[in-house]
Ligand binder design. Structure first.
Ligand SMILES: [Zn+2]
Ligand SMILES: [Zn+2]
Length: 377
């Protein structure tokens, strides 16, 4: 792993300085697969009918252990989620796992999963069966804390449109139907609803279209929203309550409502604690103390949640920036190219490779991991 240090930091910095948005990560996918190929992995590109998804594999048969790579960036902010570090740590860990696979058997896979931000690439790939025959799936995300498990919320994305009727806003307002007012009333209704939803649930949105001119009654408004909840059952209950807010606003204003739930839902993360403890022990051997769960209880959503419902999974976080730095901020983008970022990448990769080694060398650990997974179902 130390011999790969320079190659991995170079790979990660190259991706950082060439940020590509979800499903357009052409350069990143090419560089990661090239690195894997040069290290004797066989590569399948464009899997799951996604041009920037890939699977690199080494060894054969069971256990099949996958380390997942993300490499998409954010609009305007670049790598403010640090996915360049995830990419290099996944590829580095897969390569560093080779000696263990040679000695004990099984296979190590590095699966390239595009478009984590907003599009849920892993959710699409899960539907298309790519995770079905795996025994383990792991990914490490950079953050501001060292934590072995994450709590992530189930999430669904909603697109809203209101259709009204244009009119001169001063001379003939009585003939207009105001689509913008319908949108504003929806926000008010959602704000009222928010008082009476369960802890950890989240509803947030933006207006993407609010009219053309101040002297014209807006005949069209549009927005996008995210609804999140701790589990799938409450998410679907909340989804209906949110839709009722829009229906109420449509009734009140006379505007016509059209809505569409995006095809992809992010599922809640099911952390495998046996696996998380093992990872934590390995990262500790590198001098990094990691808590088992987050004392600050902050929640986002990740498409790794969808994977974790199918395969025993972990999604630990390695600290690369001080706690006051927010993920998805320009400061975090700088941290993703900093020395602390590279250190996080290397620690993550080493601990992942050590964990793979433990799993292939000790079948009884793998059995325990799987038993826990079955019990959680
Ligand atoms: Zn992100
Ligand atoms: Zn991320």
């Amino acid at each position: 792993m130390d011999a790969q240090h320079h190659l991995l930091s170079e790979l990660s910095l190259k991706i950082h300085s060439n940020p590509e948005l979800g499903f357009k990560e052409v350069k990143a996918a090419a560089w990661i697969t090239q690195y894997l190929e040069e290290n004797s992995f066989s590569i399948e590109r464009g899997i799951c009918e996604l041009s920037t998804a890939f699977r690199g594999s080494y060894g054969q048969g069971k256990p099949a252990i996958a380390i997942l790579a993300e490499y998409d960036a954010l609009p305007k902010l670049g790598h403010a989620c640090g996915h360049n570090l995830i990419a290099a740590s996944a590829a580095g860990a897969a390569v560093a796992s080779k000696p263990a696979i040679d000695q004990f058997g099984g296979s190590i896979l590095c699966i390239g999963t595009p478009a984590e931000e907003l599009h849920g690439g892993k959710a699409i790939m899960a539907d298309r069966g790519v995770f079905d025959n795996l025994d383990i799936a792991m990914i490490v995300h950079p953050g501001t804390h060292d934590i072995a498990t994450i709590q992530s919320l189930a999430a669904a994305a909603l697109e809203i449109e209101f259709f009204g009727k244009a009119a001169h806003a001063a001379t003939r307002p009585e003939t207009g139907i105001n689509a913008l007012e319908a949108m504003l009333q929806s926000f008010a209704a959602i704000n009222s609803l928010r008082q009476h939803i369960k802890d950890k649930a989240r509803i947030h949105g933006i207006i993407t279209h609010g009219g053309e001119a101040a002297n014209v009654v807006p005949d069209y408004s549009a927005g996008t929203f995210l609804v999140r909840a701790e589990d799938d059952a409450y998410l679907s209950e909340l989804q209906q309550k949110v839709i009722n807010c829009f229906i109420g606003a449509a009734t009140a204003t006379g505007a016509r409502l059209e809505y569409k739930w995006a095809g992809i839902c992010y599922e809640a993360m099911r952390n495998n604690i046996t696996l998380a403890r093992l990872f934590r022990q390995n990262v500790k051997s590198l001098g990094r103390e990691m808590q088992l769960s987050n004392p600050n209880k902050s929640f986002g959503s990740t498409d790794m949640g969808n994977v974790s419902q199918l395969v025993p999974s972990i999604h630990p976080s390695v600290a690369i920036a001080p706690v006051h730095v927010a993920i998805h901020s320009p400061q975090f983008a700088s941290a993703a190219a900093s020395e602390a970022g590279i250190q996080g990448l290397l620690d993550a990769a080493k601990a992942l490779a050590l964990t793979v080694t433990d799993l292939v060398a000790n079948p009884e650990i793998l059995t325990k991991v799987k038993e826990e997974f079955q019990q959680q179902k």
